[in-house]
Structure formats: C-alpha cells, structure tokens
Design a protein around this ligand. Structure first.
Ligand SMILES: N[C@@H](CCC(=O)N[C@@H](CS)C(=O)NCC(=O)O)C(=O)O
Length: 232
C-alpha cells in the first residue's frame, strides 16, 4: 500500500516488509461524524475491522467551523467522509467498504475476489449507494433541488425507495443478506433501515431485511455504536 507510506526510515523499511495492514493501523483514521448520519457506515466498517479511528463531530446542515472542515475535505459536504492516516481523503461509503475490506480481509466485510458470492456482493453494494442512497439525496431536502412541488419530490422519492427495498427483500437470503456469511451489506441494512420509512415499515413489509437489521444491531463489534447513533 505505497500510497499510505510514511516518510522512509529504517523502521519504516522493516514495517513495509511486514503485513500491509501494520502501517495503516499505526495512526488513527479520522471520521467526520454526525449522530445517525451516513458516518455510521464508516464507523461500523472500521469497528468491524478493528481499525482505530478518531471522531470529528460536525453538523453538516449548519454553517460553522465543523461544516467548513467537512467541506474542505469533501466539497459535497456529505458523510461518510474519512481522512486516512496519511492525510488522504476517502469519501463514498462503498469506496470506504472496499478499501477497508482489502486492508483487513479477515474482517469478513466482503467475499474475496473470485468467491462465488463476490458478484452479488458488488452488485448490491453498488445498488445501495447508486440507487437507494440518492433517494435520500434528493428527497431529504427537496427545496435544494426544486422551487415547486417539494412535497411531491419527497413523496415520490420515498415511494421509489420502498420499491427498491422490496427488490432487495426479494434477493436477501437470510440469516445475512448474502446467506450464511455476514458482510458489509448487513451494515448498510442495519443503518439504512433506521432512516425513512423506518424499522416499523420494514418489520411489516420487508421482514427478511428487518431480521438482518436486528441481527446486525447485535453484532458485538458494532452494537454499542449503532445504539449510540439510533437509540434514546
Ligand atoms: N454516495 C454517498 C452518499 C452519502 C450521503 O448522501 N450522505 C448523506 C448523509 S446520510 C449526506 O451527507 N447528505 C447531505 C447531502 O447530500 O448534502 C455515499 O455512499 O457515501
């Protein structure tokens, strides 16, 4: 992982010969966070991989120094946004998932390249970020995008999202999304089912996804993180 190499030193040379993860674990990652926002995805992925990180708590919706720091790192002002130990910025939750899965394959976040369920993993990972996530981007604050029919944009993106979730319900295998193996897809299900239309709708309309979300809620590595973001 040359891109993250620290300035060379004898110690660094020795370290570079070791497992590629050792250097990445040496300094903490920095995660911009806001309670209940998409930062939870990055935090849960890092926690699942045992990678230490620091939080930089911001309010992306309020002008101020926090939002300025976030926008300096990510001009979209979106979460998740993380800063790697070498100062490089990583945005886009799927990129974060894939990067961490490569760094720590033992965390089981993704099937290995060539594994039978790799294609399904990639397909539904990208579906979550390219189809489901934008329904929030355009529906959360419709007035950012249209000057009339804001309510209609909110309603239509909410309805479209329900259709997308039903499609996912149809392919979710259980007990985890991919079947017997946990993956980062289950983290997305745990987090995104907390957002509109919310867990009560999933319990009724997408019981398989609801069961996956509840199982992921209880994973020891992420249980307290999820509770801190979504409960109480
Ligand atoms: N494609 C991005 C989407 C991230 C995203 O939309 N995050 C939401 C928070 S849950 C956000 O920051 N919304 C504010 C905005 O889009 O301005 C990803 O997968 O990371």
């Amino acid at each position: 992982m040359k891109r993250r190499a620290a300035p060379r030193s004898p110690a660094a040379e020795t370290e570079a010969a070791g497992p590629p993860n050792a250097r990445d674990r040496a300094a903490p990652w920095r995660v911009f966070t806001a309670r209940g926002w998409g930062s939870v995805l990055a935090e849960a992925v890092l926690a699942s991989a045992g990678i230490p990180y620091e939080r930089d708590e911001v309010d992306p919706s309020e002008p101020g120094p926090g939002r300025d720091r976030l926008r300096a790192a990510n001009p979209l002002g979106q979460l998740p946004t993380v800063v790697l130990p070498d100062g490089a910025v990583l945005t886009e939750s799927a990129a974060i998932v894939l990067d961490v899965a490569e760094l720590v394959p033992g965390a089981g976040l993704a099937p290995a390249p060539g594994a039978p369920d790799r294609a399904a993993f990639l397909r539904w990972l990208v579906f979550l970020v390219a189809a489901v996530y934008p329904t929030f981007t355009y529906g959360d604050e419709p007035a950012r995008w249209v000057t009339t029919a804001s309510d209609e944009l909110r309603r239509s993106t909410d309805e479209h999202r329900k259709k997308l979730w039903k499609q996912l319900e149809g392919v979710a295998a259980g007990p985890w999304f991919l079947g017997e193996r946990f993956s980062a897809l289950d983290i997305y299900v745990a987090v995104m089912t907390r957002w509109r239309p919310g867990r009560a709708w999933f319990a009724k309309s997408c019981p398989r996804l609801h069961a996956i979300a509840e199982a992921a809620d209880g994973r020891p590595a992420i249980a307290s993180l999820l509770a801190a973001n979504f409960e109480g």
